[in-house]
Design a binder for this molecule. Structure first.
Ligand code: GLN
Length: 201
């Protein structure tokens, strides 16, 4: 099993470290040629969604990636990654990949509460630590979207088919359960027995 991590800008290295801790093969996607590698899943990290979106176009990677996601490549977007995967962004007429039927509000918590930490439920996993950094939240979801986390009445994690998104950054905590969920439930790939033991309680 191999997971590619989009490494154009933002917090990609933390995702790579979590995947390595789970004994999952991983590689950085920095240019168009990297997309020709076989992958069982893709992570789009946090960062600045406008910058990542522009780089995807400038480096001629957008069309290839969009096609892969539309063909069912499992993809996990955190924060800016969620914005890039959303079908609609509040106040903007064009989205990036439009791969999950959600409307997101960017920088939704305003300046004061732009960054904060909490603990809340991720459906099917339990209470997990959640780090928010100038985070978006999901304002509305389409009928086929499964809501996975809600914090203060705002939706902050969701899934539709092969696409998983979180407003928060699971990669910035030592809890690897959301990555495990992505690998096992979205990519439908097994983890080796050593990694199976790493379940946090
Ligand atoms: N505010 C950023 C954006 O709009 C997202 C922040 C993050 O990824 N931590 O793209």
């Amino acid at each position: 099993m191999k997971i590619g991590v989009l490494a154009l800008q933002g917090g990609f290295i933390e995702h790579i470290h979590i995947l390595q801790s789970l004994q999952v093969d991983t590689f950085e996607i920095r240019k168009k040629a990297d997309l020709s590698q076989e992958m069982d899943g893709l992570i789009i990290p946090g960062g600045e969604s406008t910058v990542i979106g522009k780089l995807l176009k400038d480096l001629d990677m957008y069309d290839d990636l969009k096609e892969k996601i539309e063909q069912g490549l499992p993809v996990f977007g955190t924060c800016a990654g969620m914005i890039l995967l959303a079908k609609q962004i509040e106040g903007k007429s064009n989205a990036c990949f439009g791969a999950i039927d959600i409307t997101v509000k960017r920088n939704a918590y305003g300046r004061q509460l732009g960054s904060f930490f909490t603990e809340a439920e991720f459906k099917g996993i339990g209470i997990i630590p959640m780090t928010f950094i100038r985070a978006p939240y999901i304002e509305s979801t389409g009928p086929n979207v499964e809501i996975l986390s809600v914090v203060d009445e705002h939706i902050v994690a969701a899934r539709e088919k092969n696409v998983l998104v979180t407003s928060y950054h699971p990669e910035l905590t030592s809890d690897n359960r959301v990555h495990r969920y992505f690998i096992q439930s979205v990519c439908h790939c097994g983890l080796d027995p050593q990694s199976q033991e790493q379940i946090l309680i």
